[in-house]
Write a protein that binds this ligand. Structure first.
Ligand code: ZN
Length: 204
């Protein structure tokens, strides 16, 4: 996990939004390979193992439960997703949640200077210099209004992930959900169809 990512993380437990503190044990450049992220509010400690930060209880399932009811992934590729996310210029963070994280490495190559965060990715997605990997079963462990873009895979284009994605997005910026039936609550709808919902977070 990229160490500076800590600045936009919040404790996923049920209390007021609180910052987290990183305690690295092993670093690789700016990446924490092994360590702990701690919450000063509730004293929770979340381990980082092999570069992956785990925000669930030990043994808790990896995340999205939509599973069997999820539609097949839409027929677009990483450059299609990059176009929909509309990230203009370097800097900041964007999240790829569930199956959308399959595009992690390609997004890093297509959109230089933006740090991508794969949350609950499919098997085979590994952390890199510009790609952090988090496992968080109950929601997105980011502070509200801090991300430049969020893509939700078909396996998590449902509660609580949609509302969480809108919460963490900066107003006016884009959400892509890989399910054209997804709710656009909190969003200005820009496109719906071909297996996708594309929206922009409404201000306020
Ligand atoms: Zn906490």
């Amino acid at each position: 996990m990229f160490i500076e990512l800590t600045e936009i993380l919040r404790c996923p437990r049920d209390h007021a939004e609180s910052y987290l503190v990183a305690a690295p044990i092993t670093m690789d450049g700016r990446r924490i390979v092994r360590g702990v992220v701690g919450c000063p509010e509730c004293q929770a400690e979340f381990p980082i193992v092999d570069g992956v930060a785990y925000f669930g209880a030990p043994g808790e399932a990896r995340g999205p439960a939509a599973g069997a009811s999820a539609p097949p992934a839409p027929g677009y590729d990483a450059s299609g997703l990059a176009a929909f996310l509309n990230l203009d210029g370097p800097g900041g963070y964007a999240a790829l949640v569930g199956r959308a994280a399959r595009f992690g490495e390609e997004m890093v190559a297509l959109i230089p200077g933006v740090h991508f965060v794969a949350v609950n990715p499919p098997a085979g997605v590994v952390p890199g210099a510009m790609l952090s990997v988090l496992v968080s079963p109950r929601g997105l462990p980011f502070k509200s209004s801090h991300l430049r873009a969020v893509a939700l895979g078909a396996d998590c284009a449902a509660p609580p992930w949609l509302a969480e994605a809108v919460r963490v997005l900066l107003p006016g910026l884009r959400l892509v959900a890989e399910d054209e039936r997804a709710s656009s609550q909190g969003l200005t709808e820009l496109a719906r169809g071909a297996g996708l919902l594309v929206g922009e977070k409404r201000p306020g």
